[in-house]
Design a protein around this ligand. Structure first.
Ligand SMILES: Cc1cc2nc3c(=O)[nH]c(=O)nc-3n(C[C@H](O)[C@H](O)[C@H](O)COP(=O)(O)OP(=O)(O)OC[C@H]3O[C@@H](n4cnc5c(N)ncnc54)[C@H](O)[C@@H]3O)c2cc1C
Length: 463
């Protein structure tokens, strides 16, 4: 699609040089963080205000142009691919922190603020925002994908931490989804309709989030296990007895090898848990002792504690780098991350099943996971131009999803559906998928908001 001249004129009158049709800007917004084929938009715009976003959407609507929201572009399922061209609305310059309210433990930010920018801003307030996908994503993008990360086991995901949103609807109206009250029974939950909607129902321009006081004491540790099941059973038992563990992450031996190389660590190449506890000094001591007992009961050993902040930061940075560390093992490779999430008790079975599927895998592959939530990833370093490899990984992914669904789990715990997981939506949701389609049609009858995402084509759904 090329943009109609009238649309370019209207957008230029609104945004001036904050509209670009250059090949470089279009390629940069083509959705290529992972293995999906690049799909550049026809133009990219960088609005600065709610009103500019609303007017942009109205112009696109008048000309029948697709609108693709864009935060930091770190999503992994082709979520920002402009499969039908159109206008990419890059919200990264809407990066003001609008209000921090320590007494209410909340804040309001423009959608383009990144999670690291928010935490840097909060540093001297004694508060922090816990949701931490491995990348420095935008808070608008994180809301749009219902993101989470290593802290979700204690603090929840974007679903639990978003109090309210300002959104621009497909009609170009500016709407606030809720007030700031911690709870409300006033009508449909519009906030959580937009959280996880991946830009298919509207654009998020402002996000109101919960904040937390920094814990008095923090201790992190690494310990190894004889096999993946022992590691995951340790995490599950800790949660089942009510241990308020803040983070519990599993890395298999292949992942440890990759992060050792990438982050200059020297961890033993074994099935490993990275854990962290938050609380008072006495509370943390108690949690640590209890966790140690549970881990030893499952064959855990080689405990190494990290008490200094810089040591903990190094550890968690290495964990967050599990994805690039794996991809980096192979020159020219791209990442493909699976993302199943299952009820806790099913986790050992699902991880063991994934291990079996990976036996003899010809490409570098690591397993890493937020095991306290029942969510884990296999990250493959693949050649995106090699159709055999793509087919092989697609088969493994489908087998993992089938297993997760058998256990009443989901095909995606946190990365969103994008293009990549649409084919599992019918199996996962059954008749509820029709309800999702009805919502999409009611809000966006022309189908212009981030087309081809989340909902599979009707012909696939019929199968
Ligand atoms: C190394 C690495 C590690 C990662 N680890 C994790 C992890 O642990 N947990 C996790 O959840 N994710 C993880 N991710 C995936 C990614 O960081 C998240 O999906 C993140 O939430 C995307 O945010 P973003 O700002 O980059 O959004 P983008 O990639 O720009 O967009 C994501 C989706 O949201 C839409 N969108 C973006 N902004 C808006 C807006 N303002 N309004 C409406 N729609 C919008 C886009 O159209 C797209 O559909 C990881 C990615 C990488 C590269």
């Amino acid at each position: 699609m090329t943009l109609p001249v009238e649309a370019v004129q209207a957008l230029t009158a609104l945004l001036g040089d904050r509209l670009s049709t250059s090949q470089a800007d279009r390629d940069h917004h083509a959705g290529t963080e992972a293995h999906h084929a690049p799909a550049p938009p026809d133009a990219v715009v960088w609005p600065l205000s709610n009103q500019e976003v609303a007017e942009t959407v109205r112009i696109c609507r008048a000309h029948g142009l697709p609108v693709i929201g864009h935060g930091a572009g770190t999503s992994l399922e082709g979520n920002t691919c402009a499969t039908r061209g159109g206008v990419c609305v890059d919200l990264s310059r809407m990066n003001a922190i609008l209000a921090v309210r320590p007494d209410d433990l909340d804040c309001t930010v423009q959608a383009g603020v990144t999670r690291e920018e928010l935490n840097t801003f909060l540093r001297d307030t004694g508060l922090f925002f816990p949701i931490d996908p491995g990348a420095n994503a935008s808070l608008g993008g994180m809301a749009a994908t219902r993101a989470s990360g290593t802290n979700a086991v204690r603090y929840g995901t974007m679903r639990e931490n978003t109090l309210s949103l300002t959104v621009v609807t497909p009609d170009g109206e500016i709407v606030k989804t809720a007030r700031r009250a911690r709870k409300s029974s006033a009508g449909y939950d519009l906030t959580n309709l937009f959280v996880g909607s991946e830009g298919t129902l509207g654009l998020i321009t402002e996000v109101t989030l919960k904040l937390y006081g920094r814990p008095e004491a923090v201790r992190a540790a690494v310990c190894t296990f004889p096999d993946p099941a022992s590691a995951s059973r340790t995490a599950i038992e800790a949660i089942q007895i009510g241990l308020p563990i803040a983070r519990v992450e599993y890395l298999d031996a292949g992942c440890i090898r990759a992060v050792n190389e990438y982050s200059a660590l020297q961890e033993a190449e074994a099935d490993t848990l990275f854990v962290e506890f938050h609380g008072s000094e006495a509370g943390v001591e108690e949690q640590v002792a209890l966790f140690g007992e549970i881990a030893e009961g499952h064959g855990g050993s080689n405990f190494r504690w990290a008490d200094r902040e810089e040591d903990r930061n190094r550890l968690w940075k290495a964990r967050h780098n599990g994805y690039p560390a794996t991809v980096n093992q192979r020159a020219g490779a791209r990442g493909w991350a699976t993302d199943v999430c299952v009820p806790l008790s099913a986790l050992p079975d699902c991880i063991s099943h994934a291990k079996e599927l990976l036996a003899g895998c010809p490409v570098p592959a690591s397993i890493m996971g937020h095991v306290g939530d029942g969510n884990f990833h296999v990250v493959f370093a693949i050649d995106p131009n090699n159709s055999e490899e793509l087919e092989m990984v697609a088969k493994v992914n489908s087998a993992m999803v089938a297993k997760a669904l058998e256990h009443d789990g989901t095909c995606t715990g946190e990365h969103g559906v994008g293009i990549g997981k649409r084919k599992y939506m019918q199996a996962e949701h059954g008749p509820a998928l029709a309800l999702m389609r009805a919502i999409k049609t009611a809000l966006d009858p022309a189908g212009l908001m981030n087309p081809d995402k989340i909902l599979p084509p009707m012909e696939d759904a019929a199968q």
